[in-house]
Structure formats: C-alpha cells, structure tokens
Design a binder for this molecule. Structure first.
Ligand code: F6R
Ligand code: MG
Ligand code: MG
Length: 383
C-alpha cells in the first residue's frame, strides 16, 4: 500500500495586512479536515501557517491529484475564507481565483505539492513552507541537497546516494518539463535552474530506482490570472535518511540566506530567512521572505510530529546574515537588482507606465542601429 502526503496552501486573508494567518482561520480549516479524518477521507493532518499562507498538510491513501482530496482542501479554504471575511481580514479569499471547483485544485490559485510512496520502516520527511517568495526559491537549496557533495556528504559517503539524482525541471512559461541527471548533467541543470523565475525544479528522483525524493509546488498565480495577484509562496516536501540525504543535509542549504524574488509587492529580491513557527510572520518591508521547516515521521499513513526544525540557535547566524543583507539591499530602494527586472514587473504597473510614456520617447541618433532583445529571446531591428 502506498501513502500520499499532500501539502496544499493558499493565502485566504490575513491579520494586519499580509503579516500572518489569523488563528481562527486555522481553526476553521482544521474543523473541515477533522471531519474528513473522521470519515476516513484522510488519515491525518496538520494545519499551520507560513506568514499569511494557510497550510494544509495531509496524509491519505488516495494518490496524488485525487479529486476528493483536492475538493477537501478547497472546502477547507472556503470555510476559512468565510471566517476571514467575517473578521474583515486583509485580502480575504485572495488566492481562490475561481468560484467553482472542478476536480483539481491546481490552476485555481492554491499551491500544491504531493508525493506518493511505499513507506519505509521509518519514513522521515521535511515539509518546507515559504512566504513572500516564489517556487524557484527552492532551486538553489534542492541543487545543494541532491547534487552538491560540499553540502551533502552522503553523495560521496553513502553508496545508496552515490549514483545521484534526477531533477525534473519545469519551464513555467511554456508548460514543459525536462529531466536532467546529476552529477552527469549538472552544468546543463544549473544553466536552467539559475533562472528561478522561469525554470522550477518540480521533482527530484533517486536515480538508482526512481524513488521520489522531493516535490515542489509550482503554481504561478500571475500566469494563471494574467496580472499580479500576490507571489506564489511555495511549499516543498523532501524525504530524508536511509538512502536519501540526512535531515541535516536537507536543512544545511538554508544556513545560507540566499537571495530570492518576492518580498514587498512580490517585486523585490531579498534574503530567504529560515525561522521557527513562532517567527512565521512578516514585518519589515513585508518580509524579509521566510521559510519554515517541519519534520515529521510518516507511519502507517499517519503524520507523527512536527519538529520545528529551524527553531534552533544553529540557524541564528543565518538569520543575522539575512538581516544584514536586508539592510544592505533595502538601501537600493526602487533600483535593480533589489527591485526585480522588467520581465518580472510585467504583471504590475510597469506596462501602464510604459504605455503612458510611449509617445514621449523620441528617436535619438546613436551612430549605430541598436538591436533589441525581445522577451522571446529573438533579436529584432528597431524601426
Ligand atoms: C507580497 C505581499 C505584500 C503586498 C503589499 C501590498 O507578496 O503580499 O507585500 O504586495 O502589502 O498589498 P496590497 O496591494 O494588498 O495593499
Ligand atoms: Mg497575503
Ligand atoms: Mg504569502
């Protein structure tokens, strides 16, 4: 029998702007899931928040993309939204982009990461949940966890990891995916995933037996809605130990608060700060972007835990570095590379500004004929 872990999240409104989820909405969602557990639809669940995102962590025996599970999550978000509206929470119902559920929650707004596996005798997993950033924020940590021996000693030391891993990389603009093998193809892999706004590591498999090792939510709200509607604060599930990287190897990349896209208005680069649940909220400039990590054991389909893995002085230095980086980069104000590049500003007011100024741009004698690169990557002559 296989067990499925489903992590489904949505921002359905929050307290004090986009600061954090209100406990009453957590309760509302929990009530829906408790009833579903009583009926045997799910085996167990844990509801929490990453900043202003409501997180449903569920285990069941129905496989990934199961309509009943997705509808359950949808119902939980709808019930939580009712409470959010009653309390006048900010941006109530924000991520529920549709009124009607039609079998699959993907494409409706919420983020989804699910994996199905045959449980090992002991099955440790880590669920990462980030706020004020995007799915590609996990590209760098995933590379380090599954492809970098300077991070993961097991790649060198443990014969079960020694063959390496397969990365499934999604092109979120084209809706295409490619599988790349590590270590053989790491340069090609890095060439893609170094552009985290477009190429997102969706899944990682162990090469020797194609066992699922990690999965990331890859929804991009703006690409669904065609306009800026908030960042796509991502979640990720990683399996650890005995044949996978150890929990400490899975956490290690987060000791480096790398720069990610998101933060204020989803339009700025900032450091990803690892925090415990007590700091799972945002403040300064609506950030800085944060990530929590909850460890569970999965036994007979049941979630045992959680362990609040970043709630540890061992990550104090990463948090301090994140503050220093935040100070430094904030001083750039509206300048790149703090503010995101033009292709990422496409869903904000930038196109309107350009439209308004269009007729005020006058030709200038450059002494050469400039070639512009359009978003398609093709060079074109300027008229
Ligand atoms: C970023 C985020 C916030 C909001 C900002 C403006 O993901 O959620 O930084 O973008 O607080 O919010 P509105 O436009 O709702 O006033
Ligand atoms: Mg919000
Ligand atoms: Mg959020």
């Amino acid at each position: 029998r296989t067990t499925t872990v489903s992590v489904i999240k949505a921002d359905i409104g929050s307290l004090a702007g986009h600061h954090r989820v209100h406990p009453d909405t957590i309760l509302a969602a929990s009530r829906v899931l408790a009833e579903a557990k009583r009926k045997g639809v799910i085996k167990s669940f844990y509801v929490t928040n990453a900043g202003d995102d409501l997180q449903l962590i569920m285990t069941h025996f129905k496989g990934v993309d199961n309509p009943e599970i997705h509808e359950l999550a949808w119902t939980a978000f709808r019930e939580a939204t009712k409470v959010a509206k009653d309390l006048g929470l900010y941006a109530a119902g924000q991520d529920l982009l549709s009124d009607a559920f039609s079998g699959n929650i993907r494409g409706l707004g919420p983020g989804v990461a699910e994996m199905e596996f045959v449980e090992r005798p002991s099955e440790p997993i880590v669920v990462f949940m980030a706020d004020k950033t995007e799915p590609g924020a996990f590209n760098l940590p995933l590379y380090k966890i599954f492809a970098d021996p300077f991070n993961t000693a097991g790649l060198v030391i443990d014969p079960r990891l020694h063959d390496g891993f397969i990365f499934e990389v999604l092109d979120v603009f084209e809706g295409k995916a490619v599988e790349l093998r590590a270590p053989e193809e790491i340069y090609d892999l890095l060439a893609l995933i170094g552009t985290p706004s477009r190429y997102v590591v969706k899944r990682v498999y162990r090469k020797s037996d194609r066992e699922i090792a990690a999965v990331v939510s890859s929804e991009r709200l703006s690409l669904i809605a065609g306009r800026y509607v908030g960042k796509d604060d991502p979640v990720m599930i990683v399996r650890a130990q005995s044949g996978f990287p150890a929990v400490g190897e899975v956490l290690e990349p987060f000791a480096f608060p790398h720069l990610v896209a998101g933060w204020m208005r989803g339009s700025h680069h900032g450091p990803l700060m690892p925090v415990g649940l007590k700091d799972s909220k945002v403040s300064r400039f609506d950030g800085p972007p944060r990530v929590i990590a909850l460890g569970f054991q999965v036994k007979n389909g049941e979630l045992i835990g959680p362990a609040d893995l970043f709630d540890d002085p061992a990550f104090d230095e990463a948090r301090r570095q994140a503050q220093m980086i935040a100070d430094y980069i904030r001083r750039h104000g509206p300048f790149m590379p703090h503010r995101l590049g033009p292709e990422e500003m496409e869903y904000t007011t930038l196109p309107e500004v350009l439209k308004r100024l269009k007729d005020r741009f006058k030709p200038v004698e450059m002494g050469y004929k400039p070639k512009v690169k359009h978003e398609s990557g093709e060079a074109a002559d300027v008229d």
